[in-house]
Design a protein around this ligand. Structure first.
Ligand SMILES: *Cc1c(COP(=O)(O)O)cnc(C)c1O
Length: 385
């Protein structure tokens, strides 16, 4: 049996052909594939605008800048995420405050968020970064209510949830990243995510002002748009109007993204099927706590919880099954501890971290591979090893 990883990309011959086509064309970067990818991705999640960037972290950084984060900003985030979701605020000099997770959904607990807000002076916080953790969609309608009450912007980290959705109070499906509630949402196209570009990221928004800022920030703050120029010396003329970055995606990466996007729904169904098989396999075994169910879960990860996490992880490794832990609480990282955070600050996420294990889930995981994984897990708990 070849090694089984917790996640991996799926590249087919059409993907390869679409990349090769760009390599043979006139544009490796800043060509037509970027706009096409943006348009198709915006359509996929149901947002008005999309801006493609170099990676998910760049998407977070530019969103934070476009939302006006600076040295005076105080922003709330979940401690159960990849470090980049918090780091983006630090890049802009702002302060991050973690609010603990809900023990059932593993997403940020809005009661804890409100407690945190009320523990500070009025207007202390400017924004909140909810994460659709493992693919479980945050109910952004509820976040928006809180955000309106306290005048916060919302930056949704949807890296785990392209294709995910929640159902709002009117019974409407609201796709993750559709911009109906959040000011901006971000996605990553790292190979372990749903859509792979090698490296890549996307920001979606329904706000034109944010969209225009993002376009400027993505390319050094430079514009050639005649309507925006302060002067105009001729065809060569451009202006750098703000301090931006080179956070562009290349055209061959965009071509790969476009090709992958065509199979996004199909692959999402495969993830759901795998999750359902795990659900069924563990239904009658109290020693494993299953991943939380939600009909709109995009199942980037399938996380179980067990008291014997380390032993199970080590055992599965001897069986060629390579699970992963998502995540070490961000506030436990030495960098954040240096900023004053410590163990014990956020009991729910800390309790979760001691028990969580991400099982293999990706579109090309075969049924027999999954059955092998399940068998090894049950053997472990039935004392057969
Ligand atoms: C992957 C990921 C990121 C960062 O994306 P990169 O493309 O690797 O920079 C940010 N947040 C979450 C939740 C992620 O899973």
């Amino acid at each position: 049996m070849k090694p089984i990883l917790y996640g991996k990309q799926e590249i087919n011959s059409e993907d390869i052909a679409s990349v090769v086509e760009v390599l043979r064309s006139d544009f490796l970067t800043q060509g037509p594939k970027i706009a096409e990818f943006e348009e198709k991705f915006a359509q996929y999640v149901g947002a008005k605008y999309a801006v493609a960037v170099a990676n998910g972290t760049a998407a977070l950084h530019l969103s934070a800048l476009a939302l006006g984060v600076n040295e005076k900003s105080n922003v709330i985030a979940s401690p159960l995420t990849f470090v980049a979701s918090a780091n983006c605020i630090r890049y802009c000099g702002g302060n991050i405050f973690f609010a603990d997770i809900d023990e059932n959904t593993f997403t940020i607990d809005l009661k804890k968020v409100e407690e945190l807000i009320l523990s500070k002076p009025d207007d202390f916080f400017q924004g909140i970064i909810p994460i659709d953790f493992a693919g479980y969609p945050v109910n952004l309608e509820q976040v928006k209510k809180l955000a309106e009450k306290y005048n916060l912007w919302i930056l949704e980290d949807s890296c785990h949830a392209p294709g995910g959705y929640f159902v709002d109070s009117k019974g409407q499906k609201q796709a993750c990243g559709n911009g109906n509630f959040a000011d901006a949402a971000i996605f990553s196209f790292h190979p372990v995510k749903h859509i792979a570009c090698g490296e890549g990221g996307m920001i979606t928004t329904n706000r034109k002002d944010i969209y225009e800022k993002l376009l400027l920030l993505r390319t050094h703050g430079i514009t050639k748009n005649p309507e925006l120029l302060q002067e105009n010396h001729g065809g060569w003329y451009y202006e750098m109007q703000t301090l931006g970055y080179n956070y562009r995606l290349t055209d061959f990466q965009a071509a790969l993204g476009i090709s992958q996007l065509q199979r996004a729904n199909e692959n999402l169904q495969k993830r759901k099927q795998i999750a359902q098989r795990y659900d069924e396999a563990f239904a009658h075994h109290a020693f494993v706590q299953k991943a939380p169910f939600h009909e709109g879960n995009a199942y980037h990860l399938y996380v179980i919880q067990t008291e014997k996490r380390k032993e199970l992880y080590d055992y599965l490794k001897t069986q060629n099954i390579f699970c992963q832990v998502h995540y070490i609480p961000v506030h436990w990282q030495p960098y954040y501890r240096d900023l004053g955070w410590k163990k014990g600050d956020l009991p729910e996420v800390e309790k979760y971290y001691e028990k969580c294990l991400s099982l293999p889930i990706y579109p090309t995981l075969t049924q027999s591979e999954q059955e092998y994984v399940i068998e090894k897990i049950l053997d472990f708990f039935d004392g057969k090893v």
